[in-house]
Design a protein around this ligand. Structure first.
Ligand code: 3QA
Length: 230
């Protein structure tokens, strides 16, 4: 077993690297990959850089080059659902690309031929996530995550994404990672802690809560790793 743990920004993986006493840094495809042995299991950790293209590259690299056979994503997100507040955790049940649009040809948003509007996360990892949540005494919501190459800081766009995809949160990497893992048959789990509400105050809220929310998510993901390796 070799587990990939990925984030998009340095702040999203820093709390994970801090937990590992020792790791090896490898430069590959214009990025750094951190390899460690944790409780006898191999881990590969990386932050992809922001957006769908970089996260696709990193997820693919972790699987095809480093040989990971499970992928856990940890990071922050903008809330769509009013029940999600800053610091709250959301587990993605399925993910969609909100900025994928060939609707001019009569297709739904998020769809291209031979693709799918939604990619579903691994059921066993979701079930494990729920167990970990109850062990930790934490309430963790499950919901749909919408991904696009936009930092959404606009109520109108946020509501459109919420209505169109029934999405509860939005970010910029989850769906692309999901597409890669689905195609390569690697079970994946996408966890996000809320940093903002994707509204006009989003950039300020994001700057204020990126670090603390990233820690919330990272701690949860490491509890998941503990359960996977035991
Ligand atoms: C935002 C990060 C990107 O990796 C997606 C955070 C949190 N709130 C969001 C929102 N809209 C879309 N995504 C998110 N992540 C990158 S822009 C800030 C870069 O700062 C999730 C996310 N409202 C760099 C400093 O110049």
């Amino acid at each position: 077993m070799k587990i990939a743990i990925m984030g998009a920004m340095p702040e999203e993986v820093a709390p994970i690297l801090e937990k590992l006493q020792d790791y090896k840094t490898t430069q590959y495809a214009n990025n750094k990959y951190y390899e460690a042995t944790y409780k006898g299991v191999e881990l590969v950790i990386a932050y992809s850089k922001i957006g769908k293209v970089f996260s696709t590259l990193t997820a693919t690299t972790m699987i095809q080059h480093f040989g990971c056979d499970k992928l856990l994503f940890s990071g922050v997100a903008g809330a769509i659902s009013p029940t999600l507040k800053v610091g709250d955790l959301i587990i993605a049940t399925k993910l969609s690309q909100h900025d994928l649009d060939i609707t001019a040809f009569g297709h739904p948003f998020g769809y291209v031929p031979e693709g799918a509007v939604f990619i579903e996360s691994d059921k066993d990892l979701i079930a494990l996530g729920k167990e970990v949540a109850s062990e930790m005494g934490k309430t963790v919501q499950e919901g749909i995550i919408a991904t696009g190459d936009q930092f959404v800081a606009n109520e109108e766009r946020k509501n459109w994404i919420g209505d169109t995809f029934k999405a509860d949160a939005l970010e910029m990497e989850g769906a692309s990672v999901a597409v890669v893992c689905d195609a390569l048959d690697v079970p994946f789990f996408i966890l996000r802690a809320i940093s903002d509400a994707a509204d006009m105050d989003a950039s300020f809220s994001f700057d204020e809560f990126l670090e603390t929310s990233a820690v919330e998510s990272a701690e949860f993901v490491m509890k998941m790793v503990d359960r996977i390796v035991e």
